[in-house]
Design a protein around this ligand. Sequence first.
Ligand code: ATP
Ligand SMILES: Nc1ccn([C@@H]2O[C@H](COP(=O)(O)O)[C@@H](O)[C@H]2O)c(=O)n1
Length: 671
Amino acid sequence: MYKIPFLDLPPLRAAAGTVRLPGSKSISNRVLLLAGLSEGTTAVHDLLDSDDTAVMLAALKTLGGQIEAQADGVLNVTGIGGKLGTQAAQLFLGNAGTAMRPLAAALALLTATQGGSFELSGVPRMHERPIGDLVDALRALGCEIACLGNEGYPPLKLTGPSALKLDAPVKVRGDVSSQFLTALLMALPLVATDDVQIEVVGELISKPYIQITLTLLERFGIAVKRDGWERFTIPAGSRYRSPGAVHVEGDASSASYFVGLGAIAAVDQPVRIEGVGSESMQGDVRFVEAAQQMGAEVKSGPNWLEVRRGAWPLKGITLDCNHIPDAAMTLAVMALYADGPTTLTNIASWRVKETDRLSAMATELRKLGATVDEGPDWLRVQPLQDWKPASIHTYDDHRIAMCFSLAAFNGLVTEHPVPVRIEDPACVAKTFPEYFETLFDTVSASVSDIPVITIDGPTASGKGTLADEIAHKLGYAVLDSGALYRAAGLAASRAGIDLDDGKEVAAVARALDLRFAQGRVYLAGEDISDALRLETSGQNASRVAAHPPVRRALNQLQLDFRRAPGLVADGRDMGTDVFPDAGLKVFLTASAATRAERRHKQLIAKGISANIESLRADLEARDARDKNRSASPLHPAQDALMLDNSAQTIEESVELVLDWWARRRPFKVSR
Ligand SMILES: Nc1ncnc2c1ncn2[C@@H]1O[C@H](COP(=O)(O)OP(=O)(O)OP(=O)(O)O)[C@@H](O)[C@H]1O
Ligand SMILES: Nc1ccn([C@@H]2O[C@H](COP(=O)(O)O)[C@@H](O)[C@H]2O)c(=O)n1
């Protein structure tokens, strides 16, 4: 996951490949609560691992549930069998509506019948998300609930025991959030000694989510009787029983980004999405129909979808989105690529989600240059030709971060493509922690659009350290090109080849079976990271690097590191020869004395004894060879910025280079 302040998406061009979706958030948290309330142990397969499920799991543990992760990723949840394991607790539920609403209802009823005192709270935004209709319904049943901040909003305090009145139908509003009804449907089986009826007041929104609730309740032994969408009956004697094992479907709302991706950019090959398909129980799978109306070509199987571009540009549509409230946000970004306006209606529920999504979508789409009109429950987006490089604020809302990634394909409709900045990309942790990694695995960009920062300079000037830090802060990949020369030298010397024989060493370099993973380097599966950092490896690298055939042999390997979202490359000729079009070139130096001292400290810290004078002599000899060779000698590129860090800390160098980079980016600093 990109835990950085912002992630810059370069202009993207095409998409293809297979995406395995993470588990559905709605199903995951429902299954966890049902398993947590049941008797027996439920093996939960393919559970979503995210912020929202983490808060639910923590709450269940506090209430007496047992959670045990298996080696194969399956989670065993042993439920409380309807009996509270504690009489008092404070439960923090983050910004998870799928935890706050149903837990509030279940715990209110358990507290009423078993006694206790519980506080449910969340992040500040959770305390702005209404829960009054559910609280009213629970209070009418006899539950004691106090709103500790504003009336009608969390945090809540539940106390008991208190007498429950279950003979009259429980009334709940269905036109603000369907989660209130879901909460009651999941809570009332805990106290249904007689039939309990629920009556929905107002037109029920998001019916597909209620269908998910009913389907899962049935799996846990509760056969709710439904009379239209207005009346539900929990049969007398209902009791939660674990079904033994449950498989969580992939998240259909998350599928929408990849359906959109296929519709926009899968020209030669489809985007295949695994985890949801034609047999999905999730309502958001009907996003596919909306995408088809806009032009997407879609094939499907029971649990997969394949999407390609059909009509291009996409077709503007007018759609009542009541049945796909979450996925519909993706349509608002797809609308930028359409042949006419797209109007999304019946989306008032957007206003009470992680943020006021209607207002947020309009604001951020306008930053891109789009013309957008909004009403209380609708949004109209015009197609966009003149794109602006925008820094998208994400309001701690995972769906805003994910759907705006589709704006990075603007190069398909404009001659002047622009990058898109996604602020706080880690907010995707709510449902799809690896979203951006998955996206980058599925898309391609023009090489020249992928930003590169080069850091060249003599040995021990701090290039690697600086490159790693900058790459980390920007979410870019890093290329330690010296490691390639070191590996070539090591492999050649192990093979008994004369390091002065350029052709022979080049043959070894061409055949190098190298892999870079988690900061380690593997040669034919062997971890050679430590061997590469030996001083002899540096000297050998410097010898083999002087041969033009060796440099040619390693050239493509280095170019292959240039992948979205960007690259920081360190070495000797990164800015001069390998990436001459880099957006920022830094030539990093420090005095020989400083560098020898740093190298000395570095070796001592690793427990390797060393002598400063001989280190200095060695590095000066290496500098001389690197500077004076004919093939790609060490020298600053004409357009490089010089940085002598002899008197700087690492942090100071990092800040300076990030500042240089920021000045070359097209983004205005926002908010
Ligand atoms: N500005 C700095 N101030 C103090 N120490 C630094 C600074 N930059 C780097 N160092 C330290 O100097 C040592 C050498 O840095 P590093 O390995 O990054 O250099 P390098 O240029 O990549 O070397 P090589 O070319 O041999 O791979 C490290 O221990 C690092 O922590
Ligand atoms: N782009 C590069 C990178 C390195 N070399 C040669 O490899 C030696 C080791 O490099 P380190 O950065 O790991 O110290 C170096 O002395 C150079 O001779 C190169 O030629 N080009």
